[in-house]
Design a protein around this ligand. Structure first.
Ligand code: PGA
Length: 251
């Protein structure tokens, strides 16, 4: 069912990157071939989207954004709408990242509204979910991610406009990763929930794993059933590391 899903390797630069950092993105762009076995995306800070989108035009490298406001425009100083991100050249927007949930108190209902905004703009929502260390210790992982998934996804989600990213909070930026068996259990559970709610298109929705993905663990993590790619933070900032992860797909 999911073996035909084309994987996505997306780099989340977070609040990192100045104009000089575009050199790393150019190196990624220049190493990709059109017939590569995975889609590859970089989500730079908003300040770099337009320039990077111009430089990546007519190349296989896709450009995404990090977060957006739920409204299309209006009196929201400092915020950016999904329509603006599309206008700048983004094809996707990460919503519900655990750093947004913890730094800005975003709840799954907020994430759902943002995902709806992403869809309204005609872009792909990359919807992040994941449990904390305490929730995993208390064996609440599946109930937590199940709740987040249900409440964060709009009813209009489908395999074309939505990507799920399972990112255990305790694995982000720590160098810790769950075992392949633990990742398999969560992704199988998420797949079941997606199929139950969305039917066939839920079976084709990409479910990425994120949290300390590195070149040396990518192959094992990406081989797990129902892992359809990676959301990569720290290791996406350097072209060599990011390309090492993409190489897990034989690109
Ligand atoms: P990391 O971040 O790869 O640095 O752990 C992943 C993420 O937050 O998307």
């Amino acid at each position: 069912m999911t073996s035909s899903v084309r994987p996505l390797v997306a780099g989340n630069w977070k609040m990192n990157g100045l104009a000089a950092s575009l050199a790393e993105a150019r190196r990624v762009r220049d190493a990709l071939s059109k017939s590569g076995p995975a889609d590859v995306m970089i989500c730079p800070p908003a300040t770099l989207i337009a320039e990077l989108a111009r430089e990546a035009a007519n190349s296989p490298l896709l450009i995404g954004a990090q977060d957006c406001h739920a409204a299309a425009s209006g009196a929201h100083t400092g915020d950016i709408s999904a329509e603006m991100l599309k206008d700048a050249g983004a094809r996707a927007v990460i919503v519900g990242h655990s750093e947004r949930r913890s730094d800005h108190g975003e709840r799954s209902s907020d994430v759902r509204r943002k995902a709806e905004a992403v869809h309204r703009a005609g872009l792909t929502a990359i919807v992040c979910i994941g449990e904390t260390a305490g929730e995993r210790r208390a064996e609440l992982t599946l109930s937590v991610v199940g709740r987040q998934l249900a409440a964060s996804l709009p009813d209009a989600a489908n395999a074309g406009n939505t990507v799920i990213a399972y990112e255990p909070v305790w694995a982000i930026g720590t160098g810790l990763t769950p075992t392949a068996a633990d990742v398999a259990a969560v992704h199988k559970f998420l797949r079941g929930a997606l199929v139950a709610r969305f039917g066939g298109t839920g079976g084709a929705m990409r479910i990425l794993y994120g949290g300390s993905v590195k070149p040396d663990n990518a192959r094992e993590l990406m081989a797990v059933p129902d892992v359809n790619g990676a959301l990569v933070g720290g290791a996406s900032l350097k072209a060599n590391d990011f390309l090492g992860i993409i190489a897990a797909y034989g690109a």
